[in-house]
Write a protein that binds this ligand. Structure first.
Ligand code: PLP
Length: 628
């Protein structure tokens, strides 16, 4: 716990057990409930499911939906706020059917609705948000079909609010609504002057991609009025960015949004809703700070700022408190899923050594770097020793290219160079001021643990925007880690790596881990992947989707659990099919080649059958490495 800080970023769901294994408490109202990840892995393997897997805890989703809604309801009561909270879940954050179903079900008692940002999402939401008392908020750029689908929902009695992102959408909406004889529920998204702080701050400001300027909002309201539809303007929306790191941006957005709502009210447009968008952050690194991967507030503080902030503006302006809507997706889904993957090897620059004993007629560079190595104990200046060793290594490579140095001599120089670096690392550990060049020694000498997963599929944001996701060993937490490592995936892409970790001294480029024991699996968990990561993965190297298990606990035995559902990941067949390969044809072609080889006597018929079966079973099999 000291090193990995699981409970700092675990949101109350993840802990380290006395047995040294990471455990999950999917329902924090029942702290007795502790599911051991090691037991989950054993069960997964017993059922013949291959790692890596995505593990989903539906109870965590339910718990987050309940927490957000209850926090709003309680704060509204405490603040004597006159409006209600009608939140929506933005499906773009995780569109998996099981995730949406669980959220809709958990949200029923709170009239918690859904938000869609594209036509495909709207088509799903129309079918899944069946609660007539909950809202459906429609964001994103819209075409005529989108508008018709939205108005179909309105005809069916749903509260479908079409949020106008650009002025021309309003003209299209009104035209189609008149044609269909349906009164639309209209929202306008405001381009805010306040900018969020964090990686997504571009969502606010004049250059924001979405939303209307103040002038356009006034024009839109007047246009609706002129069409006899002024009363259809029901919602003011704003979203200043996801993962807001600093609570000050929330406060500023509420006061700006509250003012726009109030002024519209005074102009005679009595909007019912103010939608504050997403942005509620997650503490990925556990630092509770304004780091990009953290936030300096809790869910309760966020909700209080929204409710009290809106109340204050409305009371000052003498307008009614609107119904509050928020579109938190990250906060609802991030904790509920994680990826379990296994280490399948170790890569170390200095792992191989050859005999460096002096040889007759050896090149002077070999002699020099050996002398340097032997002088470490009494060398007056370790920085100078580092510089000399680095120079010898560089010059040796040049000499090798010029055919002056043999391969064996180059190998000796490389061995001695790494031996010097290891010695220097030991010496600098006990020194407080480490020269800049030598600060990279830990990283350069660290191992790379080869992990059976794809960064591009399972942690796209770590590659795309340097998003930090906590990753920790799932077992042996009761043993001191003795190895520093970064993680590399099995794609053939050098960017397929994780070298940002949250540990006790902050964010580090290496993660302390345990020495790999031969024959003993070393499982790692990549956590907080439920928001965006789960659904953003791509097909890089044709790895495709992971196997997935849904875990539930037994009510009568909080330490026990069962796998409720297994969703098969991509097979080679699936991923090649997506790329337009005719896999059946390929199998036939390969069989024909084998048959030909058999016919010409190059292979026994039985061996031919075995190879044909093998090719077909690989086609039908999982895309990731087989480790169990
Ligand atoms: N609403 C809108 C309009 C968004 O663009 C986003 C994401 O950026 C969200 C809601 C979800 O935000 P978050 O995941 O930060 O809750």
């Amino acid at each position: 716990e000291r090193i990995y800080g699981v409970s700092r970023w675990g949101g109350g769901y993840f802990h380290i057990g006395d047995n040294g294994n990471v455990q999950v408490t999917p329902d924090p109202t029942n702290t007795e409930m502790r599911i051991d990840f090691k037991a989950v892995i054993d069960e997964i393997k017993q059922e013949g499911i291959q790692l890596p897997v995505v593990v989903r805890f539906h109870d965590v989703l339910r718990s987050q939906v309940e927490q957000l809604n209850r926090t709003f309801d309680q704060t509204i009561t405490e603040a004597e706020y006159q409006g209600e909270y009608n939140g929506v879940y933005p499906v773009k954050v995780n569109q998996m059917r099981e995730v949406v179903e669980e959220i809709v079900d958990a949200g029923k008692p709170f009239n918690y609705g859904l938000e869609a940002g594209s036509k495909a999402e709207l088509i799903a939401v129309l079918a899944y948000n069946t609660n007539e008392s909950s809202l459906t908020i429609l964001n994103g750029y819209k075409d005529e079909e989108f508008m018709r689908l939205a108005l179909l929902g309105t005809k069916l009695g749903r509260k479908m609010i079409v949020v106008v992102e650009k002025y021309s959408e309003l003209l299209l909406l009104v035209k189609i609504a008149k044609e269909l004889g349906v009164e639309p529920h209209v929202g306008v998204r405001s381009k805010m002057t306040v900018k969020g702080r964090g990686k997504w701050e571009g969502s606010g400001g004049d250059r924001a991609k979405f939303g209307l300027t103040i002038t356009e909002i006034i024009k839109a309201a007047r246009y609706l009025e002129s069409e006899g539809l002024g009363h259809c303007l029901e919602l003011l929306h704003f979203h200043i960015g996801s993962q807001l790191t600093d609570i000050r941006s929330v406060k500023e957005a509420i006061s700006e949004g509250g003012r726009i709502y109030s002024e519209l009210h005074k102009m005679g447009f009595t909007l019912q809703y103010v939608d504050v968008g997403g942005g509620l952050g997650i503490d990925y690194d556990g630092s509770k700070s304004t780091n990009d991967s953290s936030r300096n507030y809790t869910m309760a503080e966020y909700v209080a700022d929204v409710v009290y902030g809106m109340k204050e503006v409305c009371d000052l302006e003498g307008v009614p408190h609107p119904t509050l809507v928020s579109e938190s997706g990250r906060a609802i889904t991030a904790h509920h899923s994680c990826v379990i993957m296994e280490i399948v090897g170790e890569i170390r620059s200095n792992s191989a050594e050859i005999d460096t004993a002096p040889a007759d007629g050896e090149h002077i560079f070999v002699t020099n770097i050996r002398d340097l190595y032997l002088s470490i104990d009494h060398h007056p200046n370790l920085q100078e020793l580092f510089n000399d060793a680095s120079e010898y290594k560089e010059r040796a490579v040049d000499a090798f290219k010029l055919r002056v140095l043999s391969l064996e001599e180059l190998g000796k120089i490389e061995t001695l160079y790494w031996q010097i670096m290891v010695e220097l690392q030991q010496r600098f550990r006990s020194i407080e001021f480490v020269p800049e060049e030598l600060q990279d020694l830990d990283y350069n000498l660290s191992s790379q643990y080869l992990c059976n997963f794809s960064v591009f599929q399972s942690a796209a944001d770590t590659w795309a925007i340097d998003q930090l996701l906590p990753v920790v060993p799932l077992t042996r937490m009761d043993q001191e880690p003795t190895v520093n490592c970064s993680l590399v995936d099995i794609t053939c892409d050098s960017d397929g790596k994780i070298d940002q970790f949250t540990i006790e001294r902050g964010i580090s480029d290496v993660l302390p881990v345990h020495k790999l024991n031969k024959g003993e699996p070393y499982p790692m968990g990549l956590f907080l992947t439920g928001a965006y990561q789960d659904v953003m993965g791509d097909m890089h190297n044709l790895f495709g989707r992971l196997n997935e298990v849904h875990i539930f606990s037994y009510d009568d035995d909080p330490q026990d659990f069962y796998i409720e559902e297994v969703v098969k990941g991509s097979s080679v067949n699936d991923v090649l099919g997506v790329m337009q390969y005719n896999t059946q044809g390929m199998a036939t072609d390969v069989k024909r080649l084998i048959d030909k080889h058999v016919a010409s006597g190059g292979m026994k018929p039985r061996e031919g059958v075995r190879w044909t079966d093998f090719y077909e079973s690989c086609l039908a099999g999982y895309t990731y490495m087989k480790t169990n």
